[in-house]
Design a protein around this ligand. Structure first.
Ligand code: 13P
Length: 232
């Protein structure tokens, strides 16, 4: 299983360091070597981590360096040996206004660099309410021009209406959508959207759910530990 924490715009360099120390101690006591644990801290907390946790960037610009005020590029990630990135998160699509074209460009850039990419897709509520055909069409459009055969690709299915709301699709719905997605992409498929200790086990037990991408609940180390334990 893959269990990933997306801190979004939360935590500091100091609190992230403490969190990772605690997490690493916890992982040292487990005997589940097949699980991959990832943490995506804010850019200011990126750091080299000689630990069992894989550290990734929540975002970066598709450049090595250059004049892109406010952005970070490959050079800033290389400094800390960061080789993992989230691309296409719904908050970047819908709040920061990243277009599919920009996202594809970013994907291709980091793919060429050999990065592990968690590529996020997910539908807003009005699409969900238009039925399963519209839903799959929407998700397929988000996969357009993405190299689905890329060896270091993971997909995160995160319904926009389930993010940070406490609402999740039913397990039947998650199962249906993950089954349909697995036909399109034979890569690890994560579910994201209001994953918490109370529902993590049930979600990860579903066929074609290869892990979870956790926002809010990952900010509390004790909750994130419980979610990791739910892979057992
Ligand atoms: P929440 O777990 O807070 O719903 O966020 C999910 C998410 O967006 C992870 O990328």
């Amino acid at each position: 299983m893959i269990v990933a924490a997306n801190f979004k715009t939360n935590m500091t360099r100091q609190s992230t360091r403490e969190y990772l120390d605690t997490l690493d101690d916890f992982l040292a006591t487990r005997h589940h070597d097949d699980d991959t644990i990832m943490v995506f801290p804010p850019a200011t907390a990126l750091d080299a981590c000689h630990c069992a946790v894989k550290i990734g960037a929540q975002n970066a610009y598709a450049t090595r360096n250059g004049a892109y005020t406010g952005e970070i590029g490959l050079e800033q990630l290389d400094e800390f040996d960061i080789r993992t990135i989230l691309i296409g998160h719904s908050e970047r699509r819908h709040i920061l206004g990243e277009s599919q074209e920009e996202i594809v460009h970013k994907f291709n850039f980091f793919k060429e660099q050999g990065f592990s990419i968690i590529y996020c897709i997910g539908e807003p509520l009005e699409i969900r309410e238009s039925g399963s055909h519209a839903l799959m069409e929407y998700l397929e459009a988000q996969l357009e021009d993405i190299d689905l055969g890329y060896a270091n690709l993971m997909i995160a299915y995160e319904p926009v209406w389930a993010i940070g709301t406490g609402m999740t699709p039913s397990t039947d719905d998650i199962l249906l959508i993950h089954n349909a997605l697995k036909k399109l992409v034979q890569r690890p498929l994560l579910y994201g959207g209001s994953v918490k200790p109370e529902n993590a086990r049930e979600i990860m037990a579903l066929a074609n759910v290869d892990g979870v991408l956790v926002g809010g609940a990952s900010l509390h180390i004790e909750d994130f530990k419980l979610i990791i334990q739910a892979t057992n």
